[in-house]
Design a protein around this ligand. Structure first.
Ligand SMILES: [Zn+2]
Length: 171
């Protein structure tokens, strides 16, 4: 069964902190991520955890500089190299993906490290949803192993217009 999960955007002025269910979701996702890292013998340090928390809270692809700004409001901006290092770690652990077409980073929904997924990126509203299925993952794995290729990331980026934006453009 294919499934998609949408990252919802916040409206201007809407604070993620105002929605308890959303912050509960973030807390749960962070706890899960922490446990996953521990199981892999890796440590989710404070900085890595903070970067991941911002990615979970924003639910949209963020550039490294945007992340640096969000991580250090008002204060001196966190060094981008620090953010990049934390992002490298999160990608390695399967907790985040780099979207090459956006030059931006996004948290994975289920923390399915190494699993194949497709990101559906709306060029109009910027919405990103994640889609995957067993068949899709098997097909990609088959193609990759046929070529004798060892993949580091199995992420497909599909750009276009989301269902909502297509509806909005109808007359
Ligand atoms: Zn859209």
């Amino acid at each position: 069964m294919p499934h998609t999960a949408a990252y919802k955007h916040y409206q201007p002025g809407e604070s993620p902190a105002r929605s308890p269910s959303r912050s509960e979701q973030t807390a749960r996702a962070l706890a899960q991520s922490e446990a996953m890292c521990r199981a892999n013998g890796a440590r989710l340090t404070r900085i890595r955890r903070n970067v991941l928390e911002v990615l979970y809270t924003c639910h949209k692809p963020l550039g490294a500089y945007e992340l640096a700004d969000l991580l250090s409001p008002g204060a001196r901006r966190m060094a981008p190299i620090t953010v990049y290092r934390a992002l490298d770690f999160l990608i390695e652990q399967g907790l985040a993906h780099r979207l090459a077409s956006q030059n931006a980073y996004i948290a994975t929904i289920h923390g399915h490290g190494g699993e194949t997924c497709a990101f559906l990126i709306c060029e109009e509203c910027g919405d990103v949803s994640e889609a995957t299925s067993r068949d899709f993952a098997d097909t990609v794995s088959g193609l990759v192993s046929q070529a004798g290729f060892r993949p580091r990331a199995k992420v497909l980026e599909i750009t276009g217009r989301c269902a909502h934006c297509q509806g909005a453009g109808r007359h």
